[in-house]
Structure formats: structure tokens, C-alpha cells
Write a protein that binds this ligand. Structure first.
Ligand code: ZN
Length: 304
């Protein structure tokens, strides 16, 4: 109904919603997180999406509306719901029925829909409608341009995440080594994370190093991506062709290096911090190890 500008407090709560969205994504659910803050400014309840196990109605906004039954009508009217993505019609209706007050979102339903369209994903089963069209009495604020890039990245990761059906078709090596589908393509499992932490400029705290298995089946590729740390590719079996893409805003096709133990191949290849890279298809399955230092964190990972 009414668009009220966002203030510092709103942005702080929305930042927490984005953190919850990230937690949801990393747990295999969809990247949405929400808070219910009472009239005194106290965060009464946090929720995140839990739809990954199969119940597609497990939206945090619906859970908060249901939880708010524990409050008095006056407390609900004074409360604010913060959420990383504008409500779907189901959650708009639940919000309106229960009557928690203002709604503040970081990304609008229209933004979410246009991102999905840009990634050529099919439309969802429920029509995309702004909250105001479902529940015209709810006062809304948003979006928050400050959080757009981070949210778009989370949704992109969710969109490129390998489906459960592909997990069931894991190659024998992936099953034997307990590897999971990697969002960039291929299969991986982290086997070691240094117990020693380091604080980086800007305040990021990371393990000093991490190590994974990475399996790239014959014919598979991984998408352009980059990591904020140096990455050392170590040959194990087979060979992987890595194309480097420079450290500009977007990747450019640069030289190709081959990690392997065969003639003319390199047993280790270092990809400099912040440089774009992708793998090109090979004729055989290749198994390598990737050592990242300072240690890998999905927050430092960017898809091209
Ligand atoms: Zn919803």
C-alpha cells in the first residue's frame, strides 16, 4: 500500500534475513530468511526456508504468520516482518489473516521473477504478485538495493544447484568418495579445513586453508567462477583442462592449463586469487584435489 523508506535499523534486520537465506541455501533449502520484530524493536522470531525436504509450503513468512498467533492482536499490529524476498501470494495471505504490521523486504517479487527469467528458468507454479495485490492493507517497504547483489548471487546459486535427481545418478567414484554435486559443476567433498583461523582485511575470518576432492566426469564442464583466495589444483587421476579468464569484472577467454601427470601436463596449477576460471570437457573422468588458502567459503565464491 504505502512505500516507507528504509532506515539503518531496517537494513540491519534485512542483513540478518540475507544471512538466514544463505544458511537455508547451504542446508539444501531455498534462499529465503525472515524475522519478526516486535513494537519495542526486539527480534522475537527468526525463520528460514525449509522446503528442501519436499514440503514446498515451508516458507519462513508463513511460519512467522502462524507463530504470531502466540501474540496478542495489539502486539501483532505493532510488529514488523522483515524478509529477504517479498512474500508469495500464500505468505501474503497468511500475513494479512494474522495481521502482523509492516512488511519490509530486501528483494521484490518482480526482481526475483526477472532474475529467474534471465537464467531461463521456468516460471513457478504460483503467479508472481506484489503483496499489495493480494493483501492491499499491508504497509510495505522495499526493496533494498544495498543487498541486491548478494541476494541475486544466492538465488543464482540455488538456480544452478544440482537437482536431487542428478544426485541419485552420482558416478561410482562420487558415491565411493561421498562426493556431493558442486554448484559450479562436477562433484566435491571437503576433506580438511585447517583448525587455525586468520582474519583478513575487511574482517573476514577464514581457516588458513581448506582441501577438497573434485571429480569432473568425462564431457562435464564447470561454469566460469572465481574465488577470493588462491586455489591450487593438484593432479590425482586423469587430467582437467582449466581455462583462465583474467581478473576483470567479467571473464574473458584466456590460456588453458592442463592438470595431470601425463606428458606435457602440470601436476599442480595455481589459479591466482580473484581470477576467473572454468573447466573444459575432457574425454575421461578426472579426479583432482583443490587446496584453497585462505580457506574456502561460499561467501567468497562468485559465478560468472
Ligand atoms: Zn511464501
Amino acid at each position: 500500500m504505502t512505500a516507507v523508506p528504509l532506515d539503518e535499523t531496517d537494513l540491519r534486520h534485512l542483513g540478518r534475513c540475507v544471512e538466514l537465506a544463505r544458511e537455508a541455501l547451504e542446508a539444501g533449502d531455498d534462499p529465503f530468511g525472515s524475522l519478526l520484530v516486535d513494537g519495542g524493536g526486539v527480534v522475537r522470531r527468526e525463520e528460514r526456508n525449509r522446503a528442501g525436504a519436499g514440503d514446498e509450503t515451508q516458507h519462513p513468512e508463513l511460519a512467522l504468520a502462524q507463530w504470531s498467533a502466540a501474540l496478542t492482536p495489539a502486539e501483532r499490529a505493532a510488529a514488523t516482518v522483515y524478509t529477504s524476498g517479498e512474500h508469495c501470494p500464500m505468505c501474503s495471505a497468511a500475513h494479512a489473516w494474522m495481521g502482523p504490521g509492516r512488511l519490509v523486504y530486501a528483494a521484490s517479487a518482480a526482481q526475483l521473477a526477472s532474475w529467474r527469467e534471465g537464467w531461463e528458468l521456468p516460471a513457478g507454479p504460483v503467479r508472481v504478485l506484489p503483496v499489495g495485490e493480494v493483501a492491499p492493507g499491508i504497509e510495505t517497504s522495499g526493496p533494498a538495493p544495498e543487498l541486491e547483489d548478494e541476494l541475486r548471487d544466492l538465488h543464482r546459486r540455488a538456480a544452478t544447484r544440482t537437482s536431487t535427481s542428478r544426485r541419485e545418478e552420482a558416478p561410482a567414484t562420487a558415491r565411493r568418495l561421498g562426493l556431493e554435486p558442486h554448484p559450479e559443476g562436477g562433484w566435491y567433498r571437503q576433506t580438511w579445513r585447517s583448525p587455525v583461523a586468520v582474519t583478513l582485511p575487511g574482517g573476514r575470518e577464514r581457516a588458513t586453508a581448506t582441501l577438497i576432492w573434485f571429480l569432473l566426469p568425462a564431457g562435464d564442464t564447470s561454469a566460469w567462477h572465481r574465488v577470493a583466495s588462491e586455489e591450487v589444483w593438484l593432479a590425482h587421476t586423469g587430467s582437467v583442462r582449466i581455462q583462465l579468464g583474467g581478473d576483470g569484472e567479467s571473464p574473458g577467454e584466456g590460456e588453458t592449463r592442463v592438470v595431470g601427470t601425463g606428458t606435457g601436463e602440470e601436476t599442480e596449477v595455481v589459479v591466482p586469487a580473484g581470477h576467473w576460471q572454468r573447466t573444459l570437457p575432457g574425454e575421461q573422468d578426472a579426479l583432482v584435489r583443490c587446496l584453497v588458502s585462505p580457506g574456502f567459503d561460499f561467501a567468497d565464491f562468485e559465478l560468472g
